[in-house]
Design a protein around this ligand. Structure first.
Ligand code: ZN
Length: 352
């Protein structure tokens, strides 16, 4: 198993973690400190595997039941504590964690002035005082640990001073200075740097399915945070992108092929080559979300997908290819109007 292979771009942090895991010298508590979206949770899950996986003495296998449950964030002995509001419901927490487990990018964060309460820390101590479910130890991950209320932070101290056998505590934070010095001194701090735009771009293409063009733009705007890039993309999608109009026109029963081609031609002339290239990227991202919605998953780049009747996964798969081809043709200097109209009209044809 290639240890910490999912951790992108963090050479220094990776070196420290790989060395600890492969020499079997795991500390009982870590602070993973760095900006949002720098891979701290990804690293925390791999640390959890190193603690719990029974298959390998030095490291983890990544394939056994324990490892797979940790990856899907459903392992009964690997728990994540999140800052929340008093009114946040238990199922909202579960939904958010599931969304994150699925796409590996959704930020684990609720809106508002959230905090980690002493009750949440008491629940943690209680879990650690019982036998672990699977018998391989426990891992407690505390996300945004700088949002621990003071009394909650004091409660953690006790756990840090006398860690139960087989327990691993991981605090994730973007603000180490927001942790009590007494907490900081009892855990091993590993620092994560800001990701470069090229790493963010790669992650967005891989996990959100946006085009290279869109990924570059979002990566530049997001200042090294894939999570923020995702939020920006959702916000943009909310501003009602032209992509949704195009999709509806393609599946409109009252619009003939010729009329559709004319509409696309007018749009291309208005938006110009650059505008249509961006729109192609938005089409790919929208199609990606439509396919996720059909498969019953949460859309990634937007909150909700438009209501489109009569399109199945197969037609979207074909359409995705057509709009990727459209981008390619435009780069080979085919006129935007020609390339875009062709992609739209061909999207209607079976077996195209
Ligand atoms: Zn394993």
């Amino acid at each position: 198993m290639n240890l910490f292979s999912k951790l992108k771009g963090q050479h220094q942090a990776k070196k420290i973690l790989v060395s600890a895991v492969s020499s079997n010298r795991l500390a009982h508590a870590y602070i993973l400190a760095g900006p949002d979206g720098s891979g701290r949770l990804t690293a925390a899950l791999d640390l959890a595997k190193a603690r719990i996986c029974p298959e390998q003495e030095k490291g983890f296998c990544g394939e056994c039941k324990q490892c797979r449950q940790i990856d899907s964030m459903v392992h009964p002995d690997v728990r994540i504590t999140l800052p929340k509001m008093k009114t946040t419901k238990g199922e909202e927490v579960v939904d958010l964690i599931n969304a994150r487990a699925k796409d590996g990018i959704t930020p684990l964060r609720f809106q508002g002035n959230t905090y980690i309460s002493i009750d949440q820390m008491r629940e943690m101590s209680h879990r650690l005082s019982r036998k672990s479910f699977e018998g391989y130890g426990y891992v407690e991950i505390i996300y945004d640990a700088h949002r621990l209320r003071r009394e909650a932070a004091n409660a953690i101290l006790k756990t840090l001073e006398e860690p139960p056998d087989g327990a691993l505590l991981i605090l994730i934070t973007s603000r180490v200075s927001g942790l009590l010095p007494t907490v900081r001194s009892r855990a091993h701090t590993v620092r994560f740097g800001r990701l470069t735009t090229s790493v963010v771009k790669e992650l967005l293409m891989e996990r959100v399915g946006v085009s290279a063009e869109t990924a570059s733009r979002l990566a530049l705007l997001s200042d090294g945070s894939p999570g923020l890039a995702l939020e920006l993309s959702r916000k943009k999608a909310k501003e009602k992108s032209k992509a949704e109009d195009v999709l509806k026109l393609i599946f409109s029963k009252s619009l003939g092929d010729m009329e559709l081609a004319t509409e696309m031609d007018v749009m291309s002339r208005k938006m110009g080559r650059e505008g249509i290239l961006v729109l192609c990227g938005e089409m790919t991202s929208l199609i990606h979300d439509m396919r996720r919605a059909i498969a019953g998953s949460r859309p990634l780049a937007r909150e909700i997908v438009p209501d489109v009747v009569g399109a199945d996964d197969e037609s979207y798969r074909r359409m995705e290819k057509l709009f990727l081809l459209c981008e390619k043709r435009m780069r080979a200097n085919v006129s935007p109007s020609m390339a875009f109209s062709t992609a739209a009209v061909s999207s209607r044809k079976r077996g195209a």
